[in-house]
Design a binder for this molecule. Structure first.
Ligand SMILES: Nc1ncnc2c1ncn2[C@@H]1O[C@H](COP(=O)(O)OP(=O)(O)OP(=O)(O)O)[C@@H](O)[C@H]1O
Ligand SMILES: O=C(O)C1=C[C@@H](O)[C@@H](O)[C@H](O)C1
Length: 295
C-alpha cells in the first residue's frame, strides 16, 4: 500500500528525463545520517498535496505531449491552473539541468511571507529538478493528528505550533532532493536556520500589497495570525501583513538568496508584480540559486 502510494507521488517527469541525461556523479552519496529510503521519503511528501501533484503530473505530461505539435511561445504547460509558455518550460528544463550537479542533491527551502507563493513555486521548482516537494505546515498538521494550523493555534497556542515546526525542519534537514515550502514564520527562530543551512534557502520577496491582494481574494480563515483586524478583507490583510513584514524583514534576509518580484517584473517589462507566472518566478529561483552556488 505504502509502496503504491510512493509510486503515485514520484516527482513529475515533464522535464524530459530521457534527453536530460543525468551523470552518475550528479546523485549525491548518501551519508549514514541521510534518510533516503522510499518509506522515509514518503512520510515527508505530504499525502494531501501528493494527490494534487499526481493529477497535476498527468496534466503536465499530456500538455508536454501536445506541445510538440505547437509553435514555440504558445501557452502549453500549466501549473496549479497557471499557464506557462513553452519558452519558459524550456528555460526551466535547461536551468534545472545546469544546476543539478552543483546543487548536489541539497534541499531547497523557500521562505517568505504567507501568500508569497512558496507552495505554488515550490511545486514548479521540484518538478523541474525532479525533486520531491514538502510543505512544512502540512507536516506540522500531520504531527498534530490532522488538526489544521488554525486549530493548532487556537487549541495549543503559537508556541506549540512553533515547536512542532522546528521538529519538522530538523527532520527535513536529514533529507535530500526536496523542495520545502516553509511556514511564513519559520524564519523567526534561529534554530530553524541551523536546520535550513543543510540546504539552500531562498526568500520569495513579494510586495506586501500583492500579498494582501492574494490573501484577501482567498480569505484569512486558514491564517490565524491575520485574524482580529477590522475593516474590509484587503485592508485587514494589508495592516497585519505590513506589521509582520516589518518585524520579520531581517529574518527573511538571512536566506542564502533572494528572489525579488519587483526585479523579475522589471526584467520582463511588466508594469506590476501581479501577473508574473509561477514558471517565470521558478526560473528566477533557479537563477539565484545558481548565482549563489557559483558565486
Ligand atoms: N505567480 C502567481 N500569480 C498569481 N497568484 C499566485 C501566484 N503564486 C501564488 N499565487 C496565489 O497566491 C496564493 C498563495 O500562494 P501559496 O499558497 O503558494 O503561498 P504560500 O507562500 O505557500 O502561502 P502560506 O505560507 O500562507 O501557505 C494562492 O491563492 C495562489 O494561487
Ligand atoms: O507567517 C506565519 O507566521 C505563518 C504562516 C503560515 O504558513 C503558517 O505557518 C502559520 O499560519 C503561521
Amino acid at each position: 500500500m505504502e509502496a503504491k502510494l510512493f509510486q503515485s507521488i514520484q516527482p513529475c517527469k515533464w522535464v524530459d528525463t530521457e534527453n536530460l541525461m543525468r551523470k552518475p556523479g550528479a546523485f549525491i552519496r548518501v551519508s549514514h545520517k541521510t534518510m533516503d529510503n522510499s518509506r522515509v521519503r514518503s512520510m515527508f511528501m505530504n499525502v494531501q498535496s501528493s494527490k494534487r501533484v499526481s493529477a497535476h503530473q498527468n496534466r503536465f505530461s499530456r500538455k508536454v505531449l501536445s506541445s510538440l505539435k505547437n509553435p514555440p511561445g504558445s501557452v502549453l504547460l500549466e501549473s496549479g491552473g497557471f499557464p506557462a509558455s513553452l519558452d519558459e518550460s524550456l528555460v526551466l528544463k535547461n536551468k534545472s539541468a545546469e544546476i543539478d550537479s552543483v546543487l548536489n542533491g541539497r534541499c531547497i527551502y523557500l521562505v517568505g511571507m504567507m501568500g508569497s507563493g512558496k507552495t505554488t513555486i515550490g511545486r514548479v521548482v521540484s518538478e523541474a529538478l525532479s525533486y520531491s516537494f514538502s510543505d512544512s505546515d502540512l507536516l506540522v498538521e500531520q504531527k498534530a493528528g490532522g488538526m489544521s494550523v488554525a486549530e493548532i493555534f487556537k487549541q495549543h497556542g503559537e508556541g506549540f505550533f512553533r515547536d512542532k515546526e522546528t521538529e519538522v525542519l530538523k527532520e527535513l534537514s536529514m533529507m535530500h532532493r526536496f523542495v520545502v515550502s516553509t511556514g511564513g514564520g519559520a524564519v523567526i527562530r534561529p534554530i530553524n536556520w541551523k536546520h535550513m543551512r543543510s540546504g539552500i534557502s531562498v526568500w520569495l520577496d513579494v510586495p506586501v500589497e500583492c500579498l494582501a491582494r492574494r490573501i484577501s481574494a482567498v480569505g484569512t480563515g486558514s491564517r490565524p495570525l491575520l485574524h482580529g483586524e477590522s475593516g474590509d478583507a484587503y485592508s485587514k490583510a494589508l495592516t497585519r501583513l505590513s506589521t509582520l513584514l516589518e518585524e520579520r524583514g531581517e529574518a527573511y534576509a538571512n536566506a542564502n538568496t533572494r528572489v525579488s518580484f519587483e526585479h523579475i517584473a522589471s526584467k520582463l517589462g511588466h508594469v506590476n508584480v501581479d501577473n508574473l507566472s509561477p514558471a517565470a518566478i521558478a526560473i528566477e529561483v533557479l537563477v539565484q540559486i545558481e548565482s549563489f552556488l557559483k558565486g
